[in-house]
Design a binder for this molecule. Structure first.
Ligand code: PMT
Length: 416
């Protein structure tokens, strides 16, 4: 990919994180098939092209017309199809797919697939494809627990088929247990993580800190910084979209891990530092978005402090500056910091850039209704010798993509 084209990918029109990826969605004959049109919608809204392939059993539950309406493509079912290239649907689709996802996958289909049976279009294309194959089992809980099904699933897993779910809960048959198909949103996210990602950062590892840290006062109280983790998680997703292998060291937040991102949960600044120390040698780029507590109580109490006095003095000590420590390493990665400032924003940020020896610093003004704990932000990026680029104002998702495009451009240029 040329430099211009990947910048267009991020800064220009953007069709979603799946960006035109081609997914063959196999639908087999189970009651959970009623959720599959919604799965198609979730995949399409993430930017994927979806070709539905139905078994004859699936057509008993949902009509092909429904799938055609949501996917914009005619449904395929026949092994020998005069409309397909050389009349061979299975080869054409097997080559076309970036991913084959079967949802729902019945017990019967899992048995067929594990034994390499090729009597249907779906079974045949699963054998013929070089793309990753994933199945989302859906069946009665006794059928799922049956040793025959368990053996088939074990065989499929051993051959590299991804088994997504099943979930636990009430079933259409009135029973409760394991065997429900995962919900469409969860399946779409899982599919995204399975897609091979190409981009300018493919083969490069990016380590990111995000969220706040919590420093204990006693077992029930802590000191923390304001941070929802939204900015850091958006940066992790944007790095992944550029093809990077992303590890996210995260303080306590209420966010889902972006698809395809490896997440390490920590609570304190010391734990965040330990996790970064363990990972940083393998990373080529380090991005510190976390709002790390600069001080922690020197002597946290082991029991809850009782409110017996009118005031309470807390002695505090400095925590380790994770970003600074990474930037001092002998074989340091490309280092990007964030600056959260309330006043003289760029002045303070430029001082931090120099003092912490960073390659880039992303600056955001914070305060009431700015920066923290909201979906939007405003970011300026600074680098040495007066370098400056405004990324503008907008959602953290969009700003993170612009930021990652700039980081990728400058990091790759610095290597060449
Ligand atoms: O999480 P959100 O609600 O989405 O909010 C996003 C954000 C405002 C928290 C984020 O965009 C941001 O600005 N993060 C940096 C917050 C911060 O702590 O800034 P700082 O200026 O105090 O620290 C400078 C840099 O040093 C930061 O990269 C920080 O991660 C790093 N640092 C700071 C202290 C420390 N002990 N270790 C560090 O690594």
């Amino acid at each position: 990919m040329t430099r211009g084209s990947w910048k267009t990918l991020i800064l220009g029109p953007y069709s979603g994180p799946m960006n035109g990826k081609r997914i063959v969605l196999g639908v087999t004959g189970g009651i959970a098939a009623y959720k599959s049109p919604d799965l198609v919608r979730r995949l399409v809204e993430r930017g994927a092209q979806v070709q539905v392939v139905m078994t004859s059993g699936a057509r008993e539950f949902v009509t092909p017309l429904t799938f055609q309406a949501v996917s914009g493509r005619e449904v395929r079912s026949e092994l020998w199809d005069s409309a397909a290239e050389a009349a061979m649907s299975h080869i054409e689709l097997a080559r076309w797919a970036d991913l084959v996802l079967v949802a729902p996958a019945t017990a019967d289909f899992l048995a067929q697939l594990s034994h390499g049976l090729a009597g249907s279009l779906l079974g045949t294309l699963c054998l013929a494809t070089a793309a990753p194959v994933a199945v989302a089992p859906a069946m009665n809980q006794q059928m799922w627990a049956n040793p025959a099904t368990a053996a088939n699933v074990a065989l499929l897993r051993a051959r590299g088929v991804q088994v997504l779910g099943p979930g636990v809960g009430s079933q259409a048959c009135g029973e409760t247990g394991e065997g429900r198909m995962l919900e469409p949103v969860a399946l779409a996210d899982a599919a995204m993580a399975l897609l091979p990602v190409q981009g300018p950062l493919a083969g490069h590892r990016v380590l990111i800190t995000a969220g706040p840290t919590r420093e204990r006062i006693d077992p029930v109280r802590f000191i923390s910084n304001r941070s929802s983790g939204k900015m850091g998680y958006a940066v992790a997703q944007a790095a992944r979209e550029l093809g990077a292998e992303v590890t996210l060291v995260s303080g306590p937040v209420n966010l889902c891990t972006p698809p395809g991102v490896r997440r390490i949960d920590v609570e304190t600044a010391q734990q965040m530092n330990d996790a970064v120390e363990a990972e940083v040698a393998a990373a080529q780029v380090f991005i510190a978005t976390a709002a790390v507590a600069d001080y922690r109580p020197s002597n946290p109490a082991s029991l809850k402090i009782k409110k017996v006095t009118d005031s309470l003095d807390l002695r505090m000590e400095r925590t380790v500056d994770i970003l600074h420590a990474v930037a001092q390493r002998a074989n340091r990665p490309y280092v990007v910091g964030f600056a959260a400032e309330t006043n003289d924003v760029e002045l303070h940020a430029r001082a931090k850039l120099e003092r912490k020896n960073l390659d880039l610093i992303a600056v955001n003004e914070v305060g009431d209704c700015k920066g923290f704990d909201r979906d939007d932000n405003q970011v300026v990026v600074l680098w040495h010798n007066g370098g400056r680029q405004e990324l503008g104002e907008g959602s953290k998702t969009v700003l993170a993509r612009r930021l990652m495009a700039l980081i990728a451009e400058r990091y790759l240029a610095a290597r060449s």
